[in-house]
Structure formats: structure tokens, C-alpha cells
Design a protein around this ligand. Structure first.
Ligand code: GDG
Length: 498
């Protein structure tokens, strides 16, 4: 196991005088006005949750788009601020985007074209030329922001996700030869050739990405899809032994690095006394009383299978009315990408479903579903994970899904059952979960019943195994492996055993 301090020492020793720069769309901290005062808050989302502890350990520079209305009030003349405020550990540089840029690059090309293209959730991607133009411009804007910081220094640039397919090539074109080592982590699935080939900008996207020295995906399956797409779409050489693509004499390594969470931190925090005191408050706030708690936690996104989950709860109560007044299903949902029509429609669909199920099954003083919309504090969230006897992750398609790993990390009592979609990347590692097909409502509801009636011994056996897996493969190990993959390129070292 690698812990925060090990990663810190490893990076300091190995990166030497290289600048360490992370680039992502979403920033880890945003500043907003609350009751006339400036407040700092943490946006929710998998990339932020995963990368913030890594950056706190590595003390690098994180470049991301501004998202809070008070962001500009707290940054210096280089658009930078040290974060987190209570114990500054790294620099955050904000890039300012205009409204049309956010519309076209973020809501448009990134989330209405690439997101549905890469997820098998049967949503048609929308390819719009104007969105693509904004996407290109914003990638150029970020390239300039990176080079303004890097100057002529040598740097490792670690790009995050599907918002920046063009950035690697733009950076390599702007920098001196061998100045930059660039790696890209793709947090979502990579589709098959059949799915990808409908994309009108496929060549530009692949050209952009093949300027990377390394591209990481969560699973081998996504790596294979990427290699197959390149093989069939572009003139290039595939080195099956080195698992790399060579185009115009440049090699890009393709590697699986399953992302994870800060197991130690979550496990430690939920055992603290102030957490225990908060339990009573949560029971009161969410009316949990003596019910058995089933929990769902998601950004409200059509890939997360929230309506399918509600259908399964409905079916469960139809088949097992004896569970009435015994269970509560608490769904936490952070609104996301609400400007996109599909997301608004999903939100309306979820509202209607919750109302229907509660109307159908409720009794005097008891309703089966509580739906909380909005971002709750990570302390409350971690405690709810610990309090939940069953956590339901029913993504229709998900690169990894950190919620599954957070639930496991919080259960220091070694009890609790994870009901997990077989279409989430995390199902490859967490094989002891009760695996479901979210499209199969009968099997799904039976699996929730299985989770609720599972004998204690079996619950513990499965939970202990899953906790070992997440403990061993925590977020620091993920980062350590990724960085050692990078160092191999520069220093031709053996991949460091971390
Ligand atoms: C992408 C990929 C991949 C949620 N509600 C609240 C809250 N959250 C946090 C969770 C978790 C994160 O948001 C969601 O992470 P996921 O992994 O489930 O999903 P995506 O945002 O879609 O992330 C995904 C990930 O990137 C990393 O590579 O796993 O497959 O789609 O950490 O805890 N956090 C707080 N309050 C909330 O109300 N504080």
C-alpha cells in the first residue's frame, strides 16, 4: 500500500526540477457569494475527488476553468490562488471562459457530443460545428495558459479527461522538442470502433490525443477499444508487445490504471468522535429513525441509472410488501449539466418517479424514498455511507464509479452490502459486490432483496475482501503507478513497483 507521504517523497525524488502540472476542466475549489460573503466550496465529481488528495501530496500546479462567481475576487494577477485555504498545499490557476465558450465547449461538444459518444446509454450524441469551434478555441486557450506558466522549463503535464482531446498536440507544437512529457487520463469509457466512427471530428480527436506520451484508461477493455479505433481509423503502427501506438515516429503508451479513493482518510474520518455525534443529526434531518438504510449517491446523469434504480425499489416493494415501514431508500443527487435538455428531462423524470413510488407504497408516517437534491458536505456523505446497510450503484455505463469504493472505505465495521452494476469499471475489482444488470428490473430488485437478507457472515466476508482491495489499490497507488509510467518514458526506468 502507498500512502500520501510515500507519494509525496516519490514525486519529489523522481520529478526533480520538472514542473508538475495537472489540467482539468473542473476546478477543485470554487469561490461563491453566500449571504454577501465570499465562501469557498468544493464542487462534486469524480475527477476532483480523486485528484485533490494527489495534488495535496505532490504540491504541483492545477490549471482549470473558473466556475464560481467570486473566483476572480480571490486570485492574484496571474489568476492563481493557493489551496486549500486552511493548509495551502498547491497552486490553482483559473482560466476564464466566456458564456458562449462554456455553452459550446462544455455543455455542447464535451457533454452533448463526447459524453454520450463514449457511454453506452443509448443517448444520441449531438455534433454541432459551432460547439466544435468553441471546443477547439478553449483547448487553445488552455494551451496558452499552460505555456504561460511553463515558459521554457521542463514539465510533466497531466491532462484530465475528454474536455481536452486537442490540448496534447497544441502543447507539443508550442513547446521545444523534448521539453514536455504529456500524459492524459481518460476518466470515462472509450467506445468501440462501431460507436466512435460516427464522430465527424474523429481524425482531429485521435491526432490530438496521439501527441500524448501516455494515455491511461480505467480498464484493459477501454485500452483495447482505443487501440482498435486508432488501428482502423488512422495510418499508424500498433506495437502489441509494448501496448503502444506509433504515428509519425512518435510513440504513445496505452495503459490501464483503475482510479481509486483515499481509503485511509475516509476510514479514519468516519471513526472520529465528531462524526459519531453527527449521526443523531442525520437521523433527524433525513427522518431515518430505525429504518434499514439503502443509499444512492450520484450526479444526476442519465448514465447513472437512477430511474432504473427507482423502478427496482418499486418492484422490490411490490414483491415484498413486508419490507414496508422497514426500509428507507435515500437518494442523494447533485444537479449537473442542467442546461442540456436531456438532463432537465431526466430530472423531471426522477421527480415524477419518486412521487409515484411514494404515493403507491407510503403508509401513515412512512414513505419509502427520500430524494435529496444538492451538494452535501463530504463529512455528512461519508457518515451516510457508514450508516447505510446497502449502497446501490446502478450505472448503465461508468468508467469506474468512486461511490462504490467510498462506501466500502467507510465501512470500518466490516458490514454492509454493495449492489453494483456490472457495467461500472469498479465491478472488475469489486467482484464481491452483488452484481446487477440495471436494465433487468426483476433481477435488480431480487438482488436488492438478496442484499437485505444476506446472512451476516457472508456480508462480512464480502466486505472484508472489498476493503482489502480498495485499501491496497488506493488513490495514491493509482497516482504513483501513473507517474512511474511517465517517468519510464523520460528516464527509461523500470516501471517502479508501487
Ligand atoms: C467520472 C467518471 C470515474 C456526489 N454527490 C456528492 C458528492 N459526490 C461525489 C462522490 C464521488 C463523486 O462525487 C462522483 O464520482 P463518480 O466516480 O461516481 O462519477 P463522475 O463524476 O461521473 O466521475 C467515473 C470518475 O470520473 C473518476 O475517474 O469514476 O466513472 O464518470 O466522489 O462522493 N460529494 C459531496 N457531496 C455530494 O452531495 N461532498
Amino acid at each position: 500500500m502507498l500512502i500520501k507521504e510515500d507519494l509525496q517523497a516519490f514525486v519529489q525524488e523522481k520529478l526533480g526540477d520538472y514542473l508538475f502540472v495537472v489540467v482539468s476542466n473542473r476546478q477543485p475549489y470554487e469561490h461563491v457569494y453566500k449571504k454577501g460573503k465570499i465562501e469557498c466550496q468544493r464542487p462534486s465529481g469524480g475527477v476532483i475527488t480523486a485528484l485533490d488528495p494527489v495534488m495535496q501530496a505532490c504540491h504541483g500546479l492545477w490549471i482549470a476553468a473558473s466556475s464560481g462567481e467570486a473566483d476572480h475576487r480571490v486570485t492574484d494577477r496571474f489568476n492563481k490562488i493557493e489551496v486549500p485555504a486552511d493548509s495551502p498545499a498547491y497552486s490553482l490557476k483559473r482560466v476564464w471562459l466566456t458564456k458562449p465558450e462554456v455553452e459550446g465547449y462544455y455543455y455542447g461538444y464535451s457533454n452533448d457530443a463526447l459524453w454520450p459518444l463514449c457511454h453506452t446509454a443509448f443517448q444520441r450524441p449531438v455534433f454541432n460545428q459551432e460547439d466544435w469551434q468553441h471546443y477547439t478555441n478553449v483547448n487553445q486557450k488552455f494551451a496558452k495558459a499552460v505555456m504561460d506558466e511553463v515558459g521554457e522549463a521542463k514539465a510533466f503535464i497531466w491532462i484530465q479527461d475528454y474536455h481536452f482531446c486537442l490540448l496534447p498536440k497544441l502543447l507539443k507544437d508550442m513547446a521545444a522538442a523534448n521539453q514536455l512529457i504529456i500524459a492524459h487520463f481518460w476518466h470515462i469509457p472509450w467506445p468501440s470502433y462501431e460507436a466512435f466512427r460516427i464522430c465527424p471530428q474523429k481524425d482531429e480527436i485521435l491526432e490530438g490525443m496521439l501527441a500524448n506520451d501516455m494515455i491511461g484508461f480505467h480498464t484493459h477493455y477501454h485500452c483495447n477499444n482505443f487501440i482498435e479505433v486508432v488501428d482502423r481509423q488512422l495510418e499508424s503502427k500498433i506495437d502489441r508487445e509494448r501496448f503502444s501506438v506509433i504515428r509519425h515516429d512518435h510513440e504513445t503508451l496505452i495503459r490501464p490504471y483503475p482510479i481509486s479513493v483515499d481509503f485511509e482518510e475516509i476510514n479514519r474520518k468516519v471513526q472520529q468522535n465528531d462524526f459519531k455525534n453527527m449521526e443523531g443529526e442525520l437521523i433527524e434531518e433525513f427522518h431515518l429513525d430505525n429504518y434499514r438504510l439503502l443509499l444512492g449517491v450520484d450526479r444526476i446523469d442519465y448514465t447513472k441509472g437512477i430511474p432504473e434504480r427507482l423502478d427496482a425499489i418499486d418492484r422490490l416493494l411490490e414483491k415484498h410488501p413486508e419490507l414496508k415501514e422497514k426500509i428507507i431508500f435515500l437518494q442523494l443527487g447533485v444537479l449537473s449539466r442542467i442546461h442540456i435538455a436531456k438532463y432537465k428531462a431526466l430530472n423531471d423524470e426522477i421527480n415524477a418517479l419518486v412521487e409515484k413510488i411514494n404515493w403507491k407504497h407510503s403508509t401513515d408516517g412512512w414513505s419509502p424514498v427520500i430524494f435529496i437534491r444538492g451538494n452535501i458536505s463530504s463529512a455528512k456523505l461519508q457518515l451516510l455511507y457508514r450508516m447505510a446497510q446497502v449502497c446501490i450503484v446502478s450505472a448503465l455505463h461508468d468508467g469506474m464509479n468512486l461511490v462504490a469504493k467510498e462506501f466500502v472505505s467507510a465501512h470500518y465495521d466490516e458490514d454492509g452490502v454493495l449492489v453494483l452494476s456490472q457495467f461500472a469499471g469498479s465491478a472488475r475489482e469489486l467482484a464481491e459486490a452483488v452484481l446487477i444488470n440495471p436494465y433487468d428490473s426483476e433481477q435488480f430488485s431480487d438482488s436488492i432483496y438478496q442484499a437485505l437478507t444476506m446472512p451476516e457472515e457472508e456480508r462480512r466476508k464480502r466486505m472484508v475482501k472489498m476493503r482489502q482491495t480498495v485499501h491496497e489499490n488506493n488513490i495514491y497507488r493509482w497516482a504513483g503507478k501513473f507517474i512511474s509510467g511517465l517517468l519510464k518514458i523520460e528516464f527509461k526506468e523500470q516501471e517502479v513497483a508501487v
